[in-house]
Structure formats: C-alpha cells, structure tokens
Design a protein around this ligand. Structure first.
Ligand SMILES: Nc1ncnc2c1ncn2[C@@H]1O[C@H](COP(=O)(O)OP(=O)(O)OP(=O)(O)O)[C@@H](O)[C@H]1O
Ligand SMILES: [Mg+2]
Length: 240
C-alpha cells in the first residue's frame, strides 16, 4: 500500500489558543482512517489545518507532494476535499447549482459537469428528485447527501469528512456510513472525524485518538475497539 496523505507534526492555533499540537497522521490509499476524540479535542482544527483553511505549521504531503504552502483552492485542485461540520451549503441556491459548484476547481466543460451531476444523482436518487429545490429546504439527511455529492463533484482522491453523522437519525447514519465504505471500495482515501466512535471504528481500517490537541493513541481500528482505554472513554459502558 502507498500513502495518499501524510501529515507531519501539524500544529494549529488561534491567537494564543493552541488547538492542535504537532499531530502526525498517515493515510493509506483506498482506506478509511478515523479520528476520534471528545468535544474540543481539536479534530475539526486538524482537518481545517490539513486543508489550509486554518493557518497551520508542519507538513502535509498529498501523494508525496508537499502542499502545506499552497492555497486551499489549489489543494482542492490537487485532489483533497473537505466536507465541513457545518456542511457549508448555499441555502438559497438549488440542489443542482450546489452540485455544479462542487466542480468549481476543475477545468472541464459544462457538459462534463452535467454528466458528473447525473452520476452523483445515481448514487443519491433523493438528490436527483430534488435538483430544483433550494438547499435550505432539504432534510438533515438530504443536506448531508448534498454536501457529500458536492464534494464528489471535485473528483477528490482524499476526502476529509467532519462528523458526517452529526444530527442525523440512526437509519440515515447507517446509510451515510455505508456510502463512505462504498467510496473507499472505489479507491478513495477517507479521513473520517466522528463523535460516534463505535460506528466510525466499525468501518475504519486505521484510527487515531485525539485528546486536547494531541494524538494519544493510534492503531488498526479493530485493535483500538478492543483496547480498554478506548472502550471505556469512547465506546460507552458495557462494550465488553
Ligand atoms: N476559530 C476559532 N477561534 C478560536 N478558537 C477556536 C476556533 N476554532 C476552534 N477553536 C478552539 O480550538 C479547540 C479545538 O476545537 P475543534 O473545533 O477543533 O475541536 P473538535 O474536536 O472538532 O470538537 P467537536 O467535537 O466539538 O467538533 C477548542 O478549544 C476550540 O474552542
Ligand atoms: Mg469538530
């Protein structure tokens, strides 16, 4: 296996508040890597630092190429894409236009973009039925599908997902996570941040545990699930 994303000693701070302290991560191609941790541990800050949305120190290598000094848009063009915790949809624009905007960083024809919209709608039929609807009238699950669909329009190699199950009913959570597995099986590398550690570890190949800005534990997802330190803190009582 080869690494698709390497994060080396990345630090993120806001003024004098340090949110991430020298975190290092390695993601294999075609795998799901998850980061679990409590509220405020620095998970979103780490993703934002990797994308260049938050100012960061350290190195980020995408397919072996250093990207820590280029803009977020340039990182998107090279194949990284983030679905943020807030989803960041354009509420007063249609589903269709939100999807089209996902392709903004690619130099392709309008016809090719429409082909890709159709392929996203094959994956998410519910979006296809609602192309003309404003994004802010979608249900929570549909909004997450749109956020994922829009990210796919960028044709990423590495997809960063910040709490894709946040606020969704269990049935929709399963649907979204099954879809994340399908993307992995199609060859994407996925960095998944989840508060629902049990569900995340169940579909992950490898995982990192973050506490107050630092990676404190890492390993094969199955091994972490069996680790009493993880079970006690993150998997809820009675896991074993
Ligand atoms: N824009 C910001 N300005 C100042 N401080 C921030 C900012 N964003 C995050 N922080 C701080 O950085 C720390 C880490 O926050 P972060 O959002 O990365 O955690 P998280 O692990 O994603 O938490 P959650 O599970 O609640 O989403 C927190 O103390 C938070 O208050
Ligand atoms: Mg967060």
């Amino acid at each position: 296996m080869s690494a698709s994303l390497i994060v080396h000693e990345l630090s993120v701070s806001y003024g004098n508040v340090a949110a991430v302290l020298g975190a290092s991560i390695r993601m294999e191609q075609g795998s799901i890597t998850s980061i679990v941790g409590a509220n405020g541990a620095g998970k979103s800050s780490l993703l934002n630092g990797i994308m260049g949305i938050a100012g960061a120190q350290g190195r980020v290598l995408l397919g072996g190429e250093a990207v820590q000094n280029i803009t977020t848009e340039a990182r998107v063009r090279k194949g990284m894409c983030l679905v943020p915790e807030t989803r960041d949809l354009f509420g007063s624009m249609s589903v269709h236009d939100n999807l089209r905007l996902g392709a903004y960083a690619r130099a392709v024809s309008a016809a090719a973009v429409e082909d890709d919209v159709r392929s996203v709608c094959r994956r998410f039929p519910r979006l296809g039925e609602r192309l003309a609807q404003h994004a802010d009238t979608l249900s929570g699950g549909e909004r997450q599908m749109l956020a994922l669909g829009r990210a796919l329009m960028a044709k990423p190699k590495v997809l960063l997902l910040d709490e894709p199950s946040l606020g969704l009913a269990p049935l929709i959570v399963r649907e979204i996570l099954r879809f994340v597995e399908e993307l992995r099986d199609a060859g994407l590398s996925i960095l998944l941040v989840e508060q629902n550690a049990k569900a995340a570890l169940a579909i992950s190949d490898y995982a990192y545990v973050m506490e107050v800005g630092s990676i404190v534990l890492e390993g094969e997802a199955q091994a972490l699930m069996d680790d009493p330190r993880v079970a006690e803190k993150y998997l809820g009582a009675g896991h074993h």
